[in-house]
Write a protein of this length. Structure first.
Length: 732
């Protein structure tokens, strides 16, 4: 890979070059440079493939192993800046490291095919300033969206304002909106590094100076910004962003979830004066196309997005920030399996630029890298200003159980009442969507389960549906038991957030409740509305799943109640303890972020568990040390390397046979251990039967080479799929 990055190919007419296509093929294909054309590495080209014409990227010189008369000519060059060596190197690295086909990885970098074409003039809408006599709430929302003066596409406008296209058309018709032609709607809105500079505290200043000097050095270094919740990590890395923007280079910021970007964008805007370019799956194709081009032509100084933003073709990237670096959403587990945090570090290395990983609860991997001196740790040990870290208490549910039919203990009840009566806000966290995680028949004991997965169906009472959270299967709420047919015999077992909301509405009828989960909040706009309702004190109790745990800053929020702190601890997952500490620290970190002191109550049936104790005692480092010792003793990551091999098929026998064949051919070298095959904990998923093998190797081994050799030595029919998950997070 190093050679391909360094080598400079200039292919003249008649020469053969290899072109990588965004298709999951095993390798790049050879093409001839036709008369009158000259190409260089990284150029986007159109080439024939069978009867089709497809776009691809010139990857290097031809392989030379194709007969000259079989080689077809390149059709056309696309007018785009060539893909830089740094991104091509990254694609090769991801393909190699995660055992994916390079074409499948390239597809993530070329995910908007229309972005390759020259722009057609777009119809954009702007506000004329004139107002109708009657401004309906819908129309008011449209004007509010356009208030920043930026022209917008009809589709974006109606989505952002949550109105139908007819509302927009009506406003045009009545002369309140104008249509203008444009090719880009983000021009002329460059962030201003000096728009609003905060006064940093001593610790913040020290960390910011270090970050800014690493920006100045223009070389690869990973900074682990390790600061308690509310310490001002965002403000601090904004300084590094500011320093990078001043040098004219671009910045990439990764956030774990779209919902989180609402508040982030506002903060960016108050610091730098404009909204940056965004990138995530919810954007319209037209907007993504524009973002892709803006990044590629260096018109976008900063792009913020979810993990897929990692593969954007930046023209002159100068800094990468990964916020909440420990977050499991950075791990992609379909298509190409990869960890965006780790790929971000590799991109920084290939581009020779600094990387910032920010977290209040760094992953064990990053923590180890910092302790070993591979990463530079910058600590922010205290909250900003007068704010103190919240007081965390465990409620022992064995001693103070809730009354029958309820899920909240008297202690949490009282604390909630006092908080709401005092005019402050409460956040109740339960990581379970829906009404109840399990529905069973009181008469015959039958449990409603998904027909496609080894999983219970979850009741969603608000929408009157039963849902599978693994495959998306939906059916009507059942009235009678599907097994014994008895009517009214089905009972809901255990609480989900909807059931909590029902309980609260009963015991605190005056409190204003809102539920925030991926079911109730489906767009950024929606999340923004909830956030502004919280900020304007229109909500007393916010109930939610992990969606509410991250990043948010609500000054009046002083009490966080964790309904089931034990939930993540069962199940024997390698990272169960680590993840619980991260998640619960994160949600606890929402309490008392300004002058009002915060309090966290953890409901638990195992208050002596090291995770609960670490949270109560605020002893994160003690926990990390103990967890590392345990991982080392058990020979587990980050001390060894793991890979999972998942075999699936619609035919159970076949999956089992392929798994057995693989197990028989497993490498038997010294320190390599292969466990399994065993039926996966979710033995059936989306109708496919699944078996797992787990490979453990010491860090000295070339795990990828071993896996390639092994998987290459066994063959199986297309009715079985074998996937490799390097550095797995999920063991389901
Ligand atoms: P973290 O990301 O570490 O949880 P934030 O960056 O969200 O912390 O900061 C917490 C709050 O404190 C935010 O409202 C932020 O604007 C504010 N804040 C932090 N540092 C400063 C500062 N130096 N000046 C003004 N406000 C600050
Ligand atoms: Zn299912």
């Amino acid at each position: 890979m190093a050679e391909s990055v360094a080598s400079l190919l200039r292919g003249g007419p008649g020469e053969t070059v290899s072109v990588l296509l965004p298709i999951p093929l095993a390798r790049a294909y050879d093409y001839r440079v036709p008369a009158g054309m000259s190409v260089e590495e990284g150029q986007y080209v159109r080439v024939p493939l069978g009867a089709r014409v497809v776009s691809g990227v010139v990857w290097g010189s031809g392989s030379g192993d194709v007969a000259a008369n079989k080689i077809r000519p390149i059709g056309a060059l696309l007018k785009l800046p060539p893909m830089k060596a740094e991104l091509r190197g990254l694609i090769d690295w991801v393909a190699h490291y995660y055992l994916a086909s390079p074409g499948a990885v390239l597809r993530m970098a070329m995910s908007v095919p229309t972005a390759l074409e020259p722009p057609k003039p777009l119809k954009l809408y702007i506000d004329t300033g004139s107002r109708p006599q009657r401004v309906t709430p819908q129309r008011a929302r449209v004007f509010a969206v356009l208030a920043d003066g930026l022209p917008r596409l009809a589709a974006d406008l109606s989505r952002m304002a949550s109105v139908g296209p007819d509302v927009v058309r009506g406003l045009v018709h009545a002369g309140h909106l104008n249509i203008v032609a444009g090719t880009s709607f983000s021009e002329g809105s460059n962030p201003d590094p000096n728009h609003s500079i905060p006064t940093l505290s001593g610790f913040q200043r020290a960390a910011a100076n270090e970050l800014c000097s690493s920006v100045g050095a223009e070389r690869f270094v990973v900074n682990l910004l390790d600061g308690v919740t509310g310490s001002g990590k965002t403000e601090v890395y904004f300084e590094a962003i500011s320093a990078t923007l001043k040098t004219g280079r671009q910045v990439l910021v990764l956030l774990p979830e779209i919902a989180l970007s609402a508040q982030w964008l506002c903060r960016f805007e108050s610091r730098f004066g404009v909204r940056p370019t965004t990138w995530h799956s919810e954007l319209s194709t037209a907007t993504r196309r524009e973002s892709w081009r803006a990044v590629s032509f260096a018109r976008a100084p900063l792009a913020v997005g979810t993990r897929s933003a990692l593969f954007l073709p930046f023209a002159k990237l100068g800094l990468i920030v990964v916020d909440e670096e420990h977050d499991a959403s950075y791990k992609q587990e379909d298509g190409v399996f990869y960890n965006a945090r780790d790929v971000a570090v590799m991109r920084g290395r290939l581009a020779a630029i600094p990387v910032i990983l920010a977290s209040a609860t760094p992953s064990l991997e990053s923590h180890c890298n910092a302790s070993a001196g591979r990463y530079r740790r910058l600590s922010l040990p205290t909250r900003h200003g007068q704010a103190k870290l919240p007081d965390v208490e465990a409620i022992d549910m064995r001693r103070q159980p809730p009354v029958r039919g309820r899920w909240l203990s008297p202690a949490l009840d009282t604390a909630m009442r006092e908080t709401v009566e005092g005019g402050e806000q409460v956040m109740l966290f339960l990581n379970r969507r829906g009404y109840a995680p399990l529905t069973l028949c009181r008469s015959c004991g039958f449990r409603l389960h998904c027909p496609n997965c080894t999983a219970w169906l979850v009741e969603h009472r608000l929408t009157r549906k039963m849902r599978c959270h693994h495959c998306g299967y939906v059916e009507k709420l059942a009235e009678s038991c599907p097994e014994c047919g008895l009517e009214g015999s089905l009972v809901a077992c255990g609480p989900g957030v909807e059931r909590l909301a029902e309980e609260l509405a009963r015991v605190m009828p005056k409190a204003r409740l809102k539920v925030m989960t991926s079911d109730t909040v489906s767009s950024i706009r929606h999340a923004e509305m909830l956030v502004s309702d919280m900020l304007a004190n229109r909500i007393d109790v916010l109930i939610g799943t992990q969606m509410i745990t991250k990043g948010y800053h609500f000054p009046r929020l002083t009490l966080v109640g964790v309904v089931d702190a034990d939930l993540g601890l069962s199940g024997g997952d390698l990272r169960a303890s680590e993840r619980s500490v991260q998640l619960l620290s994160q949600v606890s970190g929402r309490a008392g972020r300004e002058e009002r002191a915060g309090r966290v109550l953890l409901q638990s049936y195992m208050t002596e568990h090291p995770v609960i104790r670490a949270l109560v005692e605020g002893d994160r480092d003690g926990f990390l040390a103990a967890e590392l010792a345990a991982r080392s003793a058990a020979r587990m990551p980050p001390f060894v390397r793991l890979a999972a091999v998942i075999i699936s098929s619609r035919i159970e026998r076949l999956a089992a046979d392929v798994a057995a064949d693989l197990a028989r051919a497993a490498p038997r070298e010294g320190e390599i251990e292969v466990f399994g095959p065993a039926p996966a904990p979710i033995a059936q998923l989306r109708g496919r039967f699944r078996f797992r093998l787990l490979v453990k190797a010491s860090r000295r081994h070339n795990l990828q080479a071993i896996l390639r050799g092994w998987l290459g030595s066994v063959s199986w029919t297309r009715a079985a799929i074998v996937r490799v998950d390097i550095d797995p997070y999920s063991f389901m």
